[in-house]
Design a protein around this ligand. Structure first.
Ligand code: F6P
Length: 494
């Protein structure tokens, strides 16, 4: 699949993160063509515009400036003539002050969904047992689903007198979040907490400050972020508060630093050495060459089990679009993204990846150092890594056999992404690598990666259905409810 002389050329390093594309089966001539496609698509100009705060989110007439949230250099980031960094820095100071203020807290209930949930949840899980990262030992509860099972599980364990509640919602109108927040406030009211204790316990992170005030959050407990930060790109803002609270502000800073370092690489490296761009082009190639419709991200790190879920929203909400930035139908957009931690994944859906009738490219994500300091860690880690390498090799080369059942077709592309170790810095770098890859793909497909009009329609349709579900009369199909749904409502109401 890969000539040995090309192997060295397939290894790219940025921020000490290695990207090895040796099993992509892309020849030097094909790579050359891909880079020229990128240049023709004006990818370099798009990257410059993104960091310069140009309104690249055309439909909402906004920039996508999440990179400013991790701009630890504090160099000015101008938005419509005004530097955003003073406001960003002020929030950093407030987060640090809060870390020092919270003592004796047993439980934190973080209420938010989608982009207001995945990032902090992933980071809390990922850094939980990392050697050298001290946890403050609070129980971090993430409440996203409107299904009360999650609410019940959390409220069963939390202790009201020593609980803090963070309501996280860019819009502060998301139904799941506001209803869950009201339920948690009622739980506090029904405990022996005093009125002022409750007021002290409630925090909000939002771009809609008036709505947070109206909900009853004290002014000093509201942490702002801004409409130029997309929800799925918001973990770098105060949305990431749990990271700072649990692992200390220094680790939160390291998380931002890793992402910032990856941003500088993305902004400044030539396309041929640019990790996010190379990954985007490899995917583009596999779409054209193999017609791929899905790809998998498999972290060989149990601590990163939440990574594919975070990535699903990032990729599919950003680039799952059928029209381009000019409103014209697109030829390609985001493939379906899935994944989970290896080697568990091998014992689940790897059968299809090896012998299924569709080719599914894979990102194997591995970490050089063991991710715990258990005495067994070194031996277990070697086996984990050997599994990771073996899967990639088997997928690339396949296997001939007499019996067709035993044939592995091979020629199944994959990347290896290797982190030196799992810590806050490299977690930040990994997430920013994929964010910048998603932005590159959007630019190459000419898709606006920063809006999400497609998720709104279902929410609108839910309203009349909700009303009908609460009623006790027979429901007929109408303009808002079709015959199938009407029958289902009647079934549920019966
Ligand atoms: O419904 C999709 C979405 O708008 C996501 O883009 C967003 O991350 C999530 O809902 C939560 O939105 P909010 O932070 O405004 O509550």
């Amino acid at each position: 699949m890969q000539n040995p002389e090309n192997i060295a050329a397939s290894t790219h390093i940025a921020v000490d993160v290695v990207l090895d594309t040796a099993y992509q089966n892309i020849s030097p001539a094909q790579w050359e063509k891909l880079f020229s496609v990128a240049r023709k698509s004006k990818l370099e100009g798009f990257i410059a515009d993104m960091f310069a705060g140009k309104h690249i989110n055309l439909s909402e007439d906004r920039p996508a400036l999440h990179s400013a949230l991790r701009n630890l250099s504090k160099s000015p980031v101008m938005l419509d003539g005004k530097d955003v960094m003073p406001a960003v820095t002020e929030v950093w100071h407030r987060i640090e002050a809060l870390c020092n203020k919270w003592v004796g807290i047993t439980d934190v209930i973080h209420i938010g969904i989608g982009g207001s949930d995945f990032g902090p949840r992933l980071a809390i899980e990922a850094l939980a047992h990392v050697p050298g990262i001290a946890s403050r030992g609070m129980r971090m509860h993430f409440l996203a689903n409107i299904d009360t099972a999650e609410l019940a599980r959390i409220l069963d364990r939390a202790q009201p007198n020593s609980t803090r509640v963070i309501i996280v919602s860019k819009s502060f109108t998301t139904l799941e979040t506001t209803m869950n927040a009201k339920a948690v406030v009622n739980w506090l009211k029904n405990s022996d907490c005093t009125h002022s204790q409750i007021a002290h316990s409630l925090y909000a992170v939002t771009a809609n400050i008036p709505a947070a005030r109206e909900f009853g959050i004290a002014e000093e407990n509201i942490y702002p972020f801004w409409d130029w930060v997309g929800g799925r790109y918001s973990v770098w803002s105060a949305v990431g508060l749990p990271i700072a609270l649990q692992y200390g502000f220094k680790n939160f800073e390291q998380f931002l630093a890793g992402a910032h370092a990856m941003d500088l690489h993305f902004k400044n490296a030539p396309l041929e050495q640019n990790l996010p761009v190379i990954m985007a082009l490899a995917l583009l190639h596999q779409q054209e060459a193999m017609g791929i419709k899905a790809y998998a991200a498999i972290p060989y790190a149990d601590a990163l089990d939440w990574f594919p879920k975070w990535l699903q929203q990032l990729d599919m909400e950003s680039n799952g679009k059928s029209v381009d930035r000019d409103g014209k139908p697109v030829k390609h957009s985001s493939p379906v993204v899935f994944g989970s931690a290896g080697s568990n994944a091998q014992h689940s859906y790897f059968q299809l990846l090896h012998q299924g009738s569709d080719v599914v490219p894979i990102d194997f994500i591995a970490v050089r150092k063991p991710m715990s300091d258990r005495p067994e860690a070194v031996a277990h880690h070697r086996i984990l890594l050997s599994n990771c390498l073996a899967q990639a090799q088997a997928l690339a080369h396949g296997k001939k056999a007499e019996n067709p059942n035993d044939v592995y077709p091979g020629n199944r592309p994959s990347n290896l992404i290797l982190l030196p170790e799992l810590n806050a810095f490299y977690l930040g770098a990994l997430l920013a690598l994929y964010e910048n890859r998603a932005a590159s793909l959007g630019a190459l497909w000419n898709i606006n990666s920063f809006d999400q009009p497609g998720v709104e329609y279902g929410k609108v349709l839910a309203k009349p259905i909700e009303k009908a579900l609460l009623g006790d009369s027979h429901v007929e199909a109408n303009d808002n409810i079709d015959a199938v749904t009407a029958a289902r409502i009647n079934l549920l109401n019966s």
